[in-house]
Design a protein around this ligand. Structure first.
Ligand SMILES: Cc1ncc(COP(=O)(O)O)c(C=O)c1O
Length: 380
C-alpha cells in the first residue's frame, strides 16, 4: 500500500507546539524585551529545579554554544585533544575545533551506541584534556565508568545530554550528576525553545564565567538583565561570544517545560509500541536501552546495510520520512586526519542505522502508519 493521497508525509521529527507555546510567545513579544531577560532567568530556575536545585544552569543560544563554552571552561585550548564518540553530532566536533583542539574519534558500544569506555582508555594521550560522554537516542552513556576513567587521568567530562533531557535515573535526573552537562533545545529536541541550549555546572564560579562568555565577555550582571534591564557599565575580562538566550525562546521553553511530564510519557508510550511491533522482526535491531524514567528522543532501527536504501524508499513511498543519525566524524573531510581508534562498530552502525518518526503525542493513525510501513517491508 502506497501513501494514501489524503495523508501527509510523517516527518522524522515534529515539535509539540500548541496553545501554551503560542500564548507564551505572544506574551513575550507583547512584553517587548526581546533580548535576554526575565524569561531566561525563569527558564534557568525551572531547569535547575528539575535537576534538584544543586547545580547551576546557564541558558545559551544553542547546544553547540553550550558545548563550546563547556570546552573553554574545561581549559581545552590549542593543541589539546578531546575524546569523542566518532558517532556524534557535528556540533561536538566543531566546538572542539573552535577551541583550537582536535577531536580523537572513539568507537561506540554495539548496544547503547554510546562511547566505548575501554577503547577511550587506550586513546588517552598527554594532550587529552576532556572526554565527551554523549547519550544517544533512547538511553544513556555509561557515565559512572567515564567519570572513573576521567578521574584516574585528571580529565574533565563533558556530558552531551542533547538527547536525554528530562530523563531520570536512580542517581538523579540527567544533568544532576555529571561534571559538565549540556542540553540542546533546538527545533527537533524533546523540549524545544525553537533554538536554545544550557550548560549545567557545579560551582557558582564556573557559572559566572559562562555567564560572561555568553555575553561577548561583558561582566553585565545577569541578575540585572533578568529584571529586563541593562547595566550600562561593565568590564570585559574573558573572551566571549554572542551566545545568550533570547526572552522569546525562553518563554517558549518554559511553556514546553510545563508539559514535560506528558511529553515524556507520550514518547515512552510510542517507544513501547514500536518495540513491541519491531522486536520480533528478523534482521532488525531496535534500541533496547530505555530505562525506567528515561525519555526517548529518537527511535532508530538497524537494518541489513544492503537493504537500507530499499527500506528507506519503501517508507518514503508510504509517506513515512526517515533520517540517518549520523554520518561518523572521521568520514568528514575536515576531520579525516584526526586520531582515531578502531571504529568498526561505528562503521557498521552508520551503514545500518535509520531514524524513523517518533513525536510527542503522535496520533494513533500515524503510529500505525509507521508500524505498518516498517513491517510491510520485512513481510514482503
Ligand atoms: C548529540 C548532540 N549534541 C549537540 C547537538 C547540538 O545542539 P544544537 O542543535 O542545539 O546546537 C545536537 C543537535 O542535534 C546533538 O544531537
Amino acid at each position: 500500500m502506497n501513501q494514501p493521497p489524503d495523508q501527509p508525509t510523517i516527518p522524522v521529527f515534529q515539535p509539540a507546539l500548541g496553545e501554551p507555546e503560542l500564548a507564551a510567545a505572544k506574551e513575550a513579544l507583547e512584553m517587548g524585551w526581546l533580548g535576554m531577560g526575565s524569561y531566561v532567568g525563569s527558564f534557568e530556575d525551572r531547569v535547575q529545579q528539575f535537576l534538584g536545585g544543586q547545580r547551576h544552569v546557564v541558558a545559551v543560544s544553542t547546544g553547540h554554544a553550550a558545548l563550546h563554552l563547556a570546552f573553554l571552561l574545561a581549559g581545552v585550548t590549542d593543541g589539546d585533544e578531546v575524546i569523542t564518540p566518532a558517532f556524534n553530532n557535528v556540533a561536538d566536533f566543531q566546538a572542539i575545533l573552535a577551541c583550537g583542539a582536535r577531536p580523537v574519534f572513539c568507537d561506540i558500544d554495539n548496544t547503547t551506541l554510546c562511547l566505548d569506555v575501554e577503547q577511550a582508555r587506550g586513546l588517552i594521550s598527554p594532550q587529552t584534556k576532556a572526554i565527551i560522554a554523549m547519550d544517544y537516542g533512547c538511553g544513556l552513556a555509561d557515565h559512572d565508568r567515564v567519570q572513573q576513567l576521567a578521574d584516574q587521568h585528571g580529565l574533565r567530562v563533558i556530558h552531551d545530554a542533547a538527547h536525554s533531557f528530562g530523563s531520570k535515573t536512580p542517581g538523579g535526573p540527567v544533568g544532576s550528576f555529571s561534571d559538565l552537562c549540556m542540553f540542546s533545545f533546538d527545533p527537533v529536541k524533546t523540549i524545544t525553545c525553537i533554538d536554545g541550549g544550557a550548560l549545567v555546572v557545579r560551582t557558582e564560579d564556573e557559572a559566572e564565567r559562562v555567564r560572561e562568555m555568553r555575553l561577548i565577555g561583558m561582566t553585565q550582571r545577569s541578575s540585572v538583565m533578568y529584571e529586563d534591564k541593562r547595566a550600562w557599565t561593565y568590564d570585559v575580562r574573558l573572551p566571549g561570544f554572542r551566545y545568550h538566550m533570547a526572552n522569546l525562546h525562553a518563554a517558549i521553553g518554559l511553556a514546553q517545560l510545563g508539559r514535560l511530564d506528558s511529553i515524556a510519557s507520550s514518547r515512552r508510550e510510542i517507544y513501547d509500541l514500536f518495540r513491541e511491533a519491531f522486536d520480533a522482526l528478523p534482521n532488525v535491531q531496535a534500541p533496547q536501552n530505555l530505562k525506567a524514567g528515561g525519555v526517548p528522543f529518537l527511535f532508530y532501527l538497524r537494518v541489513p546495510e544492503d537493504r537500507r536504501a530499499d527500506f528507506r524508499d519503501h517508507l518514503t513511498a508510504r509517506g513515512v520520512d526517515t533520517g540517518i543519525h549520523w554520518q561518523p566524524g572521521h568520514r568528514f573531510t575536515l576531520f579525516k586526519d584526526c586520531r582515531a581508534g578502531d571504529l568498526s562498530v561505528t562503521e557498521r552502525v552508520s551503514r545500518e542505522i535509520v531514524t524513523i518518526p517518533l513525536h510527542s503525542f503522535m496520533s494513533p493513525t500515524n503510529r500505525d502508519r509507521v508500524i505498518q510501513a516498517v513491517r510491510s517491508f520485512f513481510d514482503e
